[in-house]
Design a protein around this ligand. Structure first.
Ligand SMILES: C[S@@+](CC[C@H](N)C(=O)[O-])C[C@H]1O[C@@H](n2cnc3c(N)ncnc32)[C@H](O)[C@@H]1O
Length: 232
């Protein structure tokens, strides 16, 4: 069965599953150093990964996601802790619904790579527009760990029994870094853009400065992500 992000947020709104990121705390030391107040969580999901930890730290958090189910899950999770949310439905690959320089920092974790390079760069431009000069952008990206065997493409993951399994992907016909998962139970045909470190750095450099790219291991030892910090 094809399972979408929206299905997960609708049926399991408060679950800390693999769609929920776990890296936002890496940004905290930088936020504390500057006078950060208003922050944006792009593609917030159920909020447990980024919006909620930022609310707990005392920031004014604005959040958006493509799906109403995400915003409902975010509101439910925030209410449990006594927080009000500023969530709305919007598409990160279109114009963001905020004024220029509205935020001190913007976050996009485990999401910005769900599109083509053109779409990702459009999101970078919007982040640059809505975040104050001198402010921060924090995000996570997936390294290019696609392998090839007998003409098929895949990446490895660790199964529950500890053995290594494969998730096969289909390459986009125009851009081999853009892949679509073929596993029916895991983001079936959802686009994922895989960056080499050089390509990620050179793309970020068009829009941001003071770029730092740090490798962060995941519980699944086959998978790591890049935690990116840069300034507008
Ligand atoms: C893996 S979840 C990450 C959720 C959250 N950012 C976190 O780190 O816990 C990916 C989220 O991206 C959202 N998303 C995917 N494409 C989007 C788009 N074009 N615009 C806005 N949100 C999008 C999905 O609805 C989903 O909530």
């Amino acid at each position: 069965m094809r399972i979408t992000h929206a299905d997960v947020w609708r049926t399991r709104p408060s679950e800390k599953n693999s769609f929920v990121s776990n890296e936002v705390h890496l940004s905290f030391p930088f936020l504390r150093k500057k006078r950060i107040k208003k922050v944006l969580d792009i593609a917030c999901g159920n909020g447990l990964g980024v919006s909620l930890p930022l609310l707990r730290e005392g920031y004014d958090v604005y959040s958006f996601d493509k799906w109403k189910a995400s915003i409902k899950a975010l509101e439910k999770n925030a209410r449990k802790e006594g927080f009000n949310t500023r969530g709305r439905v919007s598409d990160m690959y279109k114009r963001f619904p905020y004024k220029p320089s509205f935020f001190d920092a913007s976050f996009c974790f485990q999401a910005i790579y769900h599109g083509s390079l053109l779409q990702i760069e459009s999101a970078f431009r919007e982040i640059q527009r809505v975040t104050k000069k001198g402010g921060y952008f924090f995000g996570t990206f997936i390294p290019y760990y696609i392998k090839r065997d007998k003409g098929r493409y895949f990446f490895n993951y660790t199964k529950n029994n500890g053995k290594i399994g494969r998730i096969y992907v289909k390459l986009d016909k125009d851009d081999p870094f853009l892949c679509y998962n073929l596993a029916k139970n895991c983001e079936y045909m959802v686009p994922h853009y895989y960056f080499t470190k050089d390509k990620l750095r050179s793309t970020l450099r068009k829009y941001f400065r003071d770029i730092s790219i740090k490798t962060v291991p995941r519980k699944d030892r086959c998978i790591s992500i890049w935690f990116v910090r840069c300034r507008i």
